[in-house]
Design a binder for this molecule. Sequence first.
Ligand code: ATP
Ligand code: MG
Length: 363
Amino acid sequence: MSKIILTGDRPTGKLHIGHYVGSLRRRVELQNSGEFDKIFIMIADAQALTDNADNPEKIRQNVIEVALDYLAAGLDPEKCNIFIQSAIPELTELTFYYMNLVTVSRLQRNPTVKSEIQARNFEANIPVGFFCYPISQAADITLFKATTVPVGEDQKPMLEQTNEIVRRFNNTYGEILVEPKILLPDNAACLRLPGTDGKAKMSKSLGNCIYLSDSPKELKVKVNSMYTDPEHIHVEQPGHLEGNTVFTYLDAFCIDDDFGKFLPEYKNLQELKDHYTRGGLGDGTCKKFLLNILNDRLEPMRQRRKQYEQDIPGVYDILRKGTEEARKVAAKTIEEVRHAMRIDYFDDHELISSQSEYFKNKK
Ligand code: ATP
Ligand code: MG
């Protein structure tokens, strides 16, 4: 069986380091591993409209921002298809068929949707499209027969829902669809990177983000104001690591080589943590170390982004080509789906001839 990746992001803003450690970094590694037959990266504009219906301009302006972030992070259009969701009408069609395979109460149980409804104050007025987005996500994944979906932990319920739909469809209509596997980050800190405020997951909607495209100056301000241990007031006091965002980010980004480069007094992160919890290590030192590491990782991305920003028509060309390629695969799957569901009337010669016999012979 072919190995196929599908994953993507909503163009509701620029991408942040939560996206990077949760999914984007992995995508680039998988792309360069050469182990996958096809890689589809989707800019989910239609999904973004489900909670931004009154602000389409925001989505329109952010498609290019997400595309620039992808290319800056190292996604290579020679190795993967970056495409725009709304340009694939087959996705809408498949979603419509899947809606018959899912109950309202099943959707209501989805914990990610529950918390997102709360975060958006949608309790009394949930747009139907937003409520159904897990179904459309199942269509996104299965239309491309994806086997592997590298995403953050918040997507787990979506993958469970997708697999239920696949099983229901295959049982009812025949084995057409493929059950995908979620690929979560193997580092616990990356599953759900917290925001700089330390409160919730880093999320575009919450304004607690470090963006991949932040300048060194912006980055410095954000790192310096990061949430640490509120009880660690004097340097000599023992500090706590639990919930300490600076250490969570170090867990997500730091490698041993960073000590040689930026903090040679320590050999590795464990030594630094031990000193912090023992007391005698200030938050300033840790923040400065983190700042150096983040600048080291983001600088090549900033440079690549700058280059692509000089050729926006070229970036749209990449998206157009990726979308054309995605449509070819989409058309093939939807043909199989229609055939399996027996709604491919015009190609069903047996149906037409048996009915013509029936009506001719009818007394
Ligand atoms: P929005 O607020 O518009 O939903 P978002 O920041 O939650 O934006 P999405 O576009 O919903 O981002 O998520 C895209 C991908 O990034 C998903 O795979 C998601 O799991 C992953 N992701 C998003 N935020 C984080 C995070 N803080 N930590 C780890 N992974 C994340
Ligand atoms: Mg989200």
